[in-house]
Design a protein around this ligand. Structure first.
Ligand code: PLP
Ligand code: COI
Length: 353
């Protein structure tokens, strides 16, 4: 791998006291090209613009997939990745579904580790803060026919991150629009999944909601996920999350919470979950907590859930009484190397590896 370091770091311009997600990017980026059936020209170089033909397939047919992961620091400024192999496997599941080439493990992992090692000063030091890492794969062939590209570029960039949502969320159960459908690409991190959610999310924002709670596209009676988060409901003393299917992105945070909660002695269930059960739980008080979880969001409580124009409030429990708070601390403690790592999730990044 070629490495071209920047001559002038931009880190002096980075305000670590006021981190805004996605506002500033670390000094370097990783790129690797797929051409003539082979991966080549892996390079780490200064973060900067890239140039492709205006008829590159990514611009017209949306052949693009991405990942989201984070690097954390502990008190001694050692650096840890969290379950990076899961992101590696998931980007390739997404690539496969979008008829894109598989990224070899050494390209993904060496590019990732070397890049984050070089840019380790960009990882914020405080608890709950991290460096958000965005690997992505795009189709770069310049032909206008609607067919899979021959050439691709795999890249990794990163941005310092603090809490993605700053407050408990007001959620609307969606009954008209859908983010995914059975047999489609909902289970992937295809760029187009996000583009298609922007319009219904803007409409929901205009009605005063922070996010949409997506339901199944054919009946709108089954709960799927919310915004960029998987969802959990603490209903009748069980922590329930909708069972992942081809409409739902199988989240690494969600999987981790399931393992943690089970280990902590909570009753957990991954199963089909209906809107009717949630509404009944809200009416009877049997639904004590609801929250979303994801790499960017970590764990975020829902404050209200709205259905057919009625807003239902979740109980206003003190932080220390919330399962969401308890599990978030457990997760962050593992990520920041403040507790044991019973599941082997942390990957320590060696210096100058
Ligand atoms: N669902 C969607 C649509 C997402 O974009 C994300 C974020 O990545 C998640 C769920 C949570 O996945 P993870 O925990 O792997 O970040
Ligand atoms: C993530 O949590 O990694 C996401 O993908 C969220 C992102 C779209 C901001």
């Amino acid at each position: 791998m070629k490495i071209e370091k920047t001559l002038q770091s931009r880190i002096v311009e980075m305000d670590f006291d006021h981190i805004v997600f996605g506002n500033q990017y670390s000094d370097h980026m990783f790129c690797s090209e797929f051409k003539n059936g082979e991966w080549k020209n892996s390079i780490i170089k200064p973060f900067g613009n890239i140039m492709f033909s205006p008829i590159s397939l990514v611009f017209h047919y949306g052949q693009a997939v991405f990942e989201g992961m984070k690097a954390y620091k502990d008190k001694n400024e050692e650096v840890f990745l969290f379950r990076p192999k899961e992101n590696f496997k998931r980007i390739n599941r997404s690539a496969n579904r979008l008829e894109m080439p598989i990224i070899p493990e050494d390209i993904f992992m060496n590019g990732l580790k070397k890049l984050i090692d070089i840019d380790r000063d960009w990882i914020p030091k405080n608890y709950g803060q991290s460096l958000y890492i965005r690997p992505f794969l795009i189709a770069t062939n310049g032909v206008l026919s609607a067919k899979p590209s021959q050439d691709y570029m795999f890249m990794i960039v990163s941005t310092p991150a603090d809490a993605y949502y700053k407050h408990p969320l007001k959620i609307k159960i969606e009954e008209k629009y859908s983010r995914s459908a059975s047999g489609g690409v909902g289970f992937t991190k295809a760029a187009g999944n996000y583009a298609s959610s922007f319009y219904p999310t803007r409409l929901a924002n205009e009605e005063g909601f922070d996010q949409i709670l997506w339901t199944d596209s054919s009946t709108h009676t089954m709960i799927e996920e919310s915004g960029t988060m998987n969802v959990f409901f603490y209903l009748k003393n069980k922590l329930i999350t909708p069972k992942a299917n081809d409409n739902i992105l199988s989240g690494i945070t969600c999987k981790s919470i399931l393992s943690l909660a089970e280990k902590e002695g909570f009753f957990v269930e991954e199963r089909n979950l209906s809107v009717a059960e949630i509404i009944e739980g809200l009416k009877t008080g049997n639904l004590k907590e609801a929250f979303g979880c994801g790499t960017a969001a970590v764990i975020n409580d829902f404050q209200t859930i709205s259905y057919k124009g009625n807003d239902f409030c979740l109980p206003n429990l003190a932080e220390e009484k919330r399962i969401s708070f308890y599990l978030k601390k457990k997760l962050l403690d593992i990520q920041h190397n403040l507790s044991d790592d019973p599941f082997g999730w942390r990957v320590k990044l060696k210096k100058n590896f």
